[in-house]
Design a protein around this ligand. Structure first.
Ligand code: MIC
Ligand code: SF4
Length: 645
């Protein structure tokens, strides 16, 4: 327990009564606010409906439409209509398409220091920048929170990150989180919360802090959180919400499980190189390769501060002939303010293509790079293929570096531009216009929920079998992300249609002329056996998309065996009745191949007995598997998932 940390204070204020004195290593907390986005939200509200919930029980629940806004075909708009109508029916505030990316808009308009927020998106920790305990989860867990149920997580270890001094010109918040990713990497941090402290904190504005907590998701931690101080007060006052401010900081005697110190003054422009957010190098050492594309925006770097810096650096100067530059402002507030103060004109003068205030290219909705070219992005993820191009080379950088690359046409350190550093953006009044939110009508009002033909029901799952007669349908390596399991991009519009979406599970591993993963899994299922996925370390990194569990479950997968499974994905597997198991002896990973059998008998008895299970392989060898399931998780799995419960 990290005494007197911010984490501890928020947990103490939110601990659900029934979990007091429970030393299971888990804690359940009351959730004050929830957020959903359209790509995970349709399932979340279908699940809410399936649970028979009349009206949400939170202080505030917001449904954003920001992911699927391209509307190629009717599916996206069908989803929007469903989301808008179900929000009205269930008492949820609806943020219309065009209003901006959920995390940034929530920070601007609703984030409150000291409160808890559960969101069906892995970058929900963005609001940790304002001092919230903001956690990403699967849609079903968010639906349960909307229904008023507490959220259960591993009792967190707290990693204290001490920031000292202030950033030099040309370095910014993005470089700080890239530095931390270099230190902590994307794996091995499950169950921790990162808490920032030290005299360097006060040099960062709330949107800068939010860049850091946003990309903290890539560490695989539960969330990241900053104190709430004078800077937080200034931000809330500038958003016309001064009344939401309260001071929140760790005590001087706060205890952390581990402390890392970052001297901000020594932070240089950094880049996450292909194809992992923790493949971090200093931009200066990359040798200035030619760049084909620069993309600026996303929930990491789409703030007013970030785009003002970009406008200041570009200053209307034409971008290099060999690059294209696209900018997606993070919110309508930001776009309106850029339009009003003339910065937007400067960006357009430079040749920037302004795209919608939405996730857009970050989730592979357009702007895929050309083959074999370098794409420089201010986003948070560069997993292979996420851009929509095979063998892509995406580099993640700060807005300062991105702007410099657009001018130079190469991946350069912005300090090499040899020009005055951008001015600091301090703002005392944001443009407030909440007209793109739709408030739900009073409880009891009759609302018709609009369900077009592309909106299916969450699939039904049978109770878990007594014995797993498993067949290994796929064996994958380390750091498999949910983008590998359930690709987004052009398939994103299938999120409300499980039978169709399930066809592309593990698409990136399919080989031409061979049966796909989905076909192999269905063949196993139809033969009366059970699908098994075998994986290496850190399985299920990245997105909170529960489709990475729902679709495999739909195809008959019953067990995932890995060296380690990431938090949100492990919870999603449980929620949809898939047993997440870990090799007790990591060397056993080498004794299993695709198409082998894996038999586990007496599952209920073995799960009741403890954390070790015995399994038999095709060659008769017996191996030991372990799990980290709570008694409730076991109950959920045996029932065939949470909806069955
Ligand atoms: C992402 O950045 O991968 C997403 C798209 O925002 C996901 C959610 C999703 O898959 O819908 C996330 O981060 O959780
Ligand atoms: Fe949207 Fe990208 Fe942020 Fe995910 S990471 S919420 S896709 S902007």
């Amino acid at each position: 327990m990290a005494k007197n940390s911010i984490t501890q204070k928020i947990i103490d204020a939110h601990i659900a009564m029934e979990t007091r004195n429970n030393d299971s290593g888990r804690v359940s907390i009351k959730i004050d606010q929830t957020l959903t986005q359209d790509a995970t939200g349709t399932m979340a509200y279908l699940e809410l409906e399936a649970m028979g919930v009349e009206r949400v029980a939170t202080e505030l629940s917001v449904s954003y439409v920001d992911h699927n806004t391209a509307q190629n075909g009717p599916e996206n708009r069908n989803d929007h209509l469903y989301l808008q109508s179900v929000a009205a029916a269930k008492g949820v505030l609806f943020s219309r398409p065009g209003n901006g990316i959920c995390h940034q808009v929530h920070l601007e308009r609703f984030g409150v220091p000291g409160k808890t927020l559960l969101g069906s998106d892995s970058h929900t920790p963005t609001n940790g920048g304002i001092g919230m305990m903001a956690i990403g989860a699967g849609g079903l867990d968010v639906a349960l929170a909307m229904a008023g149920k507490p959220f259960t997580m591993a009792y967190p270890k707290v990693i204290g990150v001490k920031l000292t001094n202030s950033l030099p010109p040309w370095s910014s918040a993005k470089d700080v989180i890239l530095k931390l990713l270099e230190i902590l990497s994307t794996k091995g941090n499950v169950g921790s919360i990162v808490e920032y402290f030290g005299d360097g904190v006060k040099s960062l504005s709330v949107p800068e802090r939010a860049t850091i907590t946003n990309m903290g998701a890539e560490l695989g931690v539960t969330t990241s959180i900053f104190p709430s101080d004078e800077k937080t007060k200034e931000f809330l006052e500038a958003q016309g919400r001064g009344g939401d401010w309260r001071e929140l900081s760790a005590g001087p005697d706060a205890e952390y499980d581990r402390v890392i110190e970052i001297n901000l003054a020594a932070v240089e422009p950094m880049a996450a190189c292909p194809s992992s957010p923790d493949n971090v190098k200093r931009v200066a050492e990359l040798g200035a390769p030619t760049v084909d594309q620069v993309l600026i925006g996303s929930c990491t770097n789409g703030s007013f501060r970030d785009l003002m810096v970009v406008a200041d650096i570009l200053n209307g100067e034409p971008i290099a002939e060999n690059v294209t530059l696209a900018i997606a402002p993070g919110s309508r507030q930001t776009l309106e303010m850029l339009a009003e103060n003339g910065a937007l004109a400067k960006l357009v003068q430079s040749g920037a293509r302004i795209v919608e205030t939405a996730c857009g290219p970050c989730i592979g909705q357009g702007q895929s790079p050309a083959e074999g070219t370098i794409s420089v992005r201010t986003f948070n993820r560069n997993f292979a293929g996420r851009t929509g191009t095979k063998n892509d080379q995406a580099y993640l950088v700060s807005p300062e570096t991105a702007a410099a690359c657009a001018i130079a046409g190469a991946l350069v350190d912005p300090r090499s531009l040899d020009r005055p550093s951008p001015e600091r953006v301090d703002i005392s009044e944001f443009h407030i216009d909440d007209s793109m939110f739709i408030h739900p009508p009073p409880a009891g009002t009759k609302v018709e929920i609009i369900r077009k033909s592309t909106i299916g029901d969450p699939p039904k799952n049978a109770p878990f079998p007594e014995q797993v007669d498993g067949v290994v349908v796929i064996k994958v390596g380390d750091k498999i992300t949910t983008d590998h399991i359930m690709p987004a991009g052009v398939h994103l519009k299938l999120r409300s249609n499980i039978p169709e979406y399930a066809k592309v599970v593990f698409e990136c591993f399919n080989k031409p002329g061979e049966p796909s993963f989905a076909e192999r899994a269905v063949a196993v299922r139809d033969s009366g056996k059970h699908g098994v996925i075998v994986a290496g370390d850190s399985y299920g990194q990245g997105s909170s998309r529960e489709h990475a569990a729902i679709c495999p479950a739909y195809l008959g997968v019953k067990v995932v065996v890995a060296m380690a499974i990431e938090r949100i994905h492990a919870a999603n597997l449980v929620n949809f009745g898939i047993l997440p198991l870990i090799f007790a002896n990591p060397a056993d990973y080498d004794s299993i191949s695709r198409d082998d059998t894996l038999t586990i008998d007496n599952i209920p008895a073995q799960l009741a007995e403890g954390t070790n299970l015995h399994a038999a392989l095709s060659n008769g060898e017996r191996i030991e598997l372990t799990h980290k399931l709570s008694a409730d998780d076991v109950k959920t799995i045996l029932a065939g998932g949470k909806l069955n419960l």
